[in-house]
Design a protein around this ligand. Structure first.
Ligand SMILES: NC(=O)C1=CN([C@@H]2O[C@H](COP(=O)(O)OP(=O)(O)OC[C@H]3O[C@@H](n4cnc5c(N)ncnc54)[C@H](OP(=O)(O)O)[C@@H]3O)[C@@H](O)[C@H]2O)C=CC1
Ligand SMILES: Nc1c(N[C@@H]2O[C@H](COP(=O)(O)O)[C@@H](O)[C@H]2O)[nH]c(=O)[nH]c1=O
Length: 336
């Protein structure tokens, strides 16, 4: 069984603190970033914090938005993800994570190394895990090399003293930087390039509006130098859209980087389709892309013998299958 995909999330001050030294809880994120974090919470199976955070902040760790809760239910999930507290001792029975929101999410208290905890959670169906901290847990999970994605919101504050955001000396690769209100969101991924971009494609698949009659797929087109040329997900602009189709709609077919580019996709590109005349395999061939990396070979659900990969290989395209990502790619499709 594959360990869960781990998304570590934290808000830090400009000087790298997670909190100040006062006993009051410090909220560093502005309202827009808190809402972004709420959307991330809604996209996972479990949210994990250490007991230090429960003692300091007394969080509820729930999805706040009623619309996001309803959307999760429509996808066949609970209204809010499982809550996980790491502790070697009993957690205060009055803590809000144990007393509030029990109608929308369960809470478990676990102890063990990060690998043991992740194995345990995988055994209970957790595919995407969000680690929200605090300082000790981030250090431990980053140190164990089990973090796939790090989302760091840098707030325009200087704090001066308090718990710091620290990790292990590993190379983080920036995948996105943007402002969110007054904060700056920095998204990093770890691992080799194929793992990073396939993880990104699987995260994009989570954005697809659910459909009982079509797959939810995400994809990223990346140039040889690591530049993202386009991204896409199923039903992005229209109910019939496939992920590769919408991504390739956004690229300039004369772009000289296309032959050296790789398209990362959570599902094998289609080789037959009923909804539109041109298949995704054909779109990839027309764009002249030389390499396809996919997470999940298409199961024979909507077409008898899926043939996209074979078609691409026959035309000389390198096709790489990364089976370690299959659970992640299947996750947005498990409502079916
Ligand atoms: N800005 C932000 O985004 C965030 C900031 N924070 C801040 O971080 C601070 C809390 O950080 P910190 O004090 O380091 O606490 P943590 O939340 O990192 O929790 C550490 C505790 O978790 C338990 N623990 C950790 N790993 C394990 C394990 N493998 N097995 C069993 N138990 C484990 C231990 O608790 P025990 O002693 O019970 O065994 C340990 O003392 C607070 O100030 C909080 O406000 C927190 C989250 C987000
Ligand atoms: N302070 C801080 C965060 N703190 C995280 O949010 C938790 C509280 O969430 P809730 O249960 O909804 O009240 C808290 O314990 C910690 O895990 N998160 C952020 O994105 N930005 C912030 O500035």
């Amino acid at each position: 069984m594959k360990r869960p995909h781990v998304l570590a999330s934290a808000a830090v001050s400009i000087d790298g603190f997670l909190d100040d030294a006062s006993p009051q809880r410090l909220v560093l994120s502005g309202p827009a970033d808190l809402d972004r974090v709420d959307a991330e919470r809604a996209s996972v199976d479990a949210i994990l914090v250490g007991a230090g955070t429960v003692r300091a902040d007394d969080p509820r760790l729930l999805v706040r938005s009623p619309d996001r809760r309803a959307d999760r239910v429509e996808r066949g999930l609970g209204p809010s993800p499982l809550r996980v507290v790491l502790s070697s001792q009993a957690v205060d029975p009055g803590a809000r994570v144990l007393t509030e929101g029990r109608d929308v999410a369960d809470t478990v208290v676990l102890a063990g190394t990060p690998h043991e905890v992740l194995d345990h959670l995988a055994g209970h169906g957790v595919v995407r895990l969000m680690v929200e901290g605090g300082a000790g847990v981030h250090r431990e999970f980053l140190g164990a090399g089990v973090v796939d994605e790090l989302q760091l919101a840098v707030a325009p504050r200087l704090v001066g003293d308090g718990p710091r955001f620290t990790g292990a000396p590993d190379e983080a690769h920036l995948v996105e930087a943007r402002t969110v209100g007054p904060d700056v969101l920095l998204r990093y991924r770890f691992g080799d390039a194929d793992a990073r971009w396939l993880g990104e494609a699987c995260s994009l698949a989570e954005r697809c509006p659910p459909s009982p009659s079509a797959f939810s797929v995400g994809c990223v087109v990346v140039a040889a130098d690591g530049t993202v040329l386009a991204t896409g997900h199923s039903r992005r602009d229209d109910v019939l859209d496939h992920a590769e189709e919408v991504a390739l709609r956004d690229v300039d077919r004369a772009d000289p980087r296309l032959p050296g580019a790789t398209i990362y996709t959570s599902l094998e590109p289609c080789g037959q389709r009923a909804s539109r005349p041109v298949t995704c395999a054909q779109h990839i061939l027309d764009a002249g892309i030389g390499r396809v990396v996919m997470a999940w070979r298409e199961p024979p659900l909507f077409v008898g013998t899926p043939s996209g990969a074979a078609r691409l290989e026959a035309a000389g395209v390198e096709v790489v299958e990364c089976p370690g990502f299959e659970d992640l790619a299947r996750r947005p499709n498990r409502h079916r």
